[in-house]
Design a protein around this ligand. Structure first.
Ligand code: HEM
Length: 226
């Protein structure tokens, strides 16, 4: 019987790991965007209450965060490994890159996955430093002291440099999701003439909703001075 470490070392195993961790992060992104939509409220309390509610999970939250880091790192390392494996197999790229149609689905999104993936990883590192480990303002809601993350987000997105960085990287995250979502199902062997077009279209909708939803937040804060 093959051991887990042997499966993960094989190229098929790496693709399956990349697919499962990618889909797990999509679930996180949907939850994260839903929570961040509270920033559109003029009242800071709903957002700060939501962040405080997450903190109230205590040790469960810490375990979930460690799981998320493990998932993120597995995704990044399996992605780098698959990309470098492809590079070794074909050191010289095709002189002309065209889609073979059907299952090939070659596009800007599919040919830049390693670049958009690494940029998203850099985005997450800077993002955590800015927000999770950023200044710890506090506010009081119903007599309870909570972290004032709303104030921090509002302050950060007054800077045009930060807003530009968010808009560019989140746009590229959209491209990553557009190809990644469909590709994950292919790697898991879920390929059917009836369902594959539905999965492909779902990937496009997901990418547009995520990119537009996240990009809207810094733009709205910057331009309305919220
Ligand atoms: C405008 C868009 C976004 C805003 C305003 C935002 C805001 C925040 C804030 C305030 C936190 C800190 C939460 C806390 O410490 O309790 C956070 C955490 C985090 N964000 Fe975002 N975020 C955005 C987009 C993204 C995107 C696109 C990703 C991933 C690609 C992402 C990944 C994360 C991760 C992994 C954490 C840490 C979660 C945890 O440890 O609980 N965020 N975000």
């Amino acid at each position: 019987m093959l051991r887990f470490s042997e499966i993960v070392k094989s190229s098929v195993g790496k693709k399956i790991l990349m697919a499962l961790t990618g889909l797990a992060m999509v679930i996180f992104l949907i939850e994260h965007l839903s929570g961040n939509l509270l920033l559109y409220s003029k009242n800071p309390d709903p957002y700060n209450k939501y962040a405080d509610f997450l903190l109230s999970f205590g040790d469960i939250l810490i375990v979930a965060e460690m799981g998320l880091i493990a998932i993120l790192l597995s995704h990044v390392f399996s992605g780098i490994s698959v990309a470098t494996g492809k590079q070794k197999a074909r050191p010289q790229s095709y002189s002309k890159s065209v889609s073979a149609g059907g299952p090939s689905r070659k596009s800007f999104a599919s040919t830049t996955m390693i670049f958009t993936g690494l940029l998203t990883f850099a985005f997450i590192v800077v993002h955590l430093k800015t927000f999770k480990y950023g200044p710890h303002y506090t506010s009081t809601i119903d007599g309870t002291h909570v972290r004032d993350l709303h104030r921090l987000v509002m302050e950060v997105f007054q800077s045009p440099g930060y807003v530009a960085w968010y808009v560019i990287t989140l746009l590229l995250l959209g491209f990553h999701l557009r190809h990644g979502f469909w590709s994950a199902f292919q790697s898991l062997g879920i390929n059917h003439p009836r369902y594959t077009p539905i999965i492909y279209t779902t990937g496009i909708i997901l990418a547009v909703v995520m990119a537009a939803g996240f990009i809207g937040i810094p733009l709205w804060i910057y331009f309305t001075g919220a």
